[in-house]
Design a protein around this ligand. Structure first.
Ligand SMILES: C[S@@+](CC[C@H](N)C(=O)[O-])C[C@H]1O[C@@H](n2cnc3c(N)ncnc32)[C@H](O)[C@@H]1O
Length: 213
């Protein structure tokens, strides 16, 4: 809503907030990583976006009063969290009664999915099954009012290269597992398939929205 105050939890460079900046009055991005937020600040400045603020802090213990936001959203971050329950609880605490919490993330694809994601990027903790994300939102005192999903195919090589933290050896291990699956071997949970002669992976993304009682 145009007058809303929105908290972008683990918002990094604030891509979501910057993109949606004309949809609400104020966006606050909170993240642990200062360098990423500095890049976000510069990006917002270049884009002429003036209603996105950046705050350094831990999403599991946020420096905000109770009920000061209309919406708290977190995109592609829950699979990096050590304590998703504490973060969801904090999101619910800082949103007003009747406000909304939204989680957008990839979900656990089963089999070796999380193990291979961690090999690719050691900052990956766990992609959770959708039911656990739903439980987190319900446990934090919200009822689910909207849900959407998307199956996202990604060419494997660029997907591996984008994770700058990965080592050559780890990359080879992930590629090896994908090729094994393609050849009829063990399932990876990443649904390896061929497209235009390239190996692709497929992730399942969900959007869940909870309304706080
Ligand atoms: C994959 S990035 C996603 C960034 C952003 N949400 C987006 O969609 O572009 C995950 C972010 O979570 C942040 N993060 C991880 N744990 C955190 C925590 N406990 N508190 C705050 N930020 C955290 C990282 O610093 C990183 O910027």
């Amino acid at each position: 809503m145009p007058d809303d105050s929105v908290l972008d939890v683990c918002g990094g460079a604030g891509h979501l907030s910057r993109r949606l900046s004309d949809r609400a009055r104020r966006f606050v991005v909170i993240d642990l990583t200062r360098e990423v937020m500095d890049a976000g600040r510069r990006g917002a400045e270049d884009e002429g976006v003036e209603n996105v603020e950046f705050v350094e802090g831990d999403a599991a213990a946020m420096p905000f009063e109770d009920g000061v936001f209309d919406v708290a959203v977190s995109r592609f971050a829950f699979h990096h969290l050590e304590n998703p329950e504490a973060v969801t609880r904090e999101m619910a605490r800082v949103v007003r009664p009747g406000g909304h919490l939204a989680i957008i993330d990839m979900v656990d694809g089963g089999d070796r999915h999380n193990e291979l994601e961690r090999l690719r990027d050691p900052s990956h903790t766990n992609a959770l099954p959708e039911e656990e994300l739903v439980s987190l939102l319900r446990g934090a005192g919200t009822s689910i009012v909207a849900r959407d999903e998307r199956r996202q195919a990604l060419p494997a090589k660029p997907w591996l290269e984008r994770a700058h933290t990965t080592t050559e050896e780890a990359s080879e291990q992930v590629l090896g597992a994908l090729h094994e699956e393609l050849g009829g071997g063990h399932a990876t949970g990443l649904h390896a398939h061929e497209h235009d002669g390239h190996v692709n992976v497929a992730q399942q993304w969900v959007l869940l929205v909870g309304r706080k009682a």
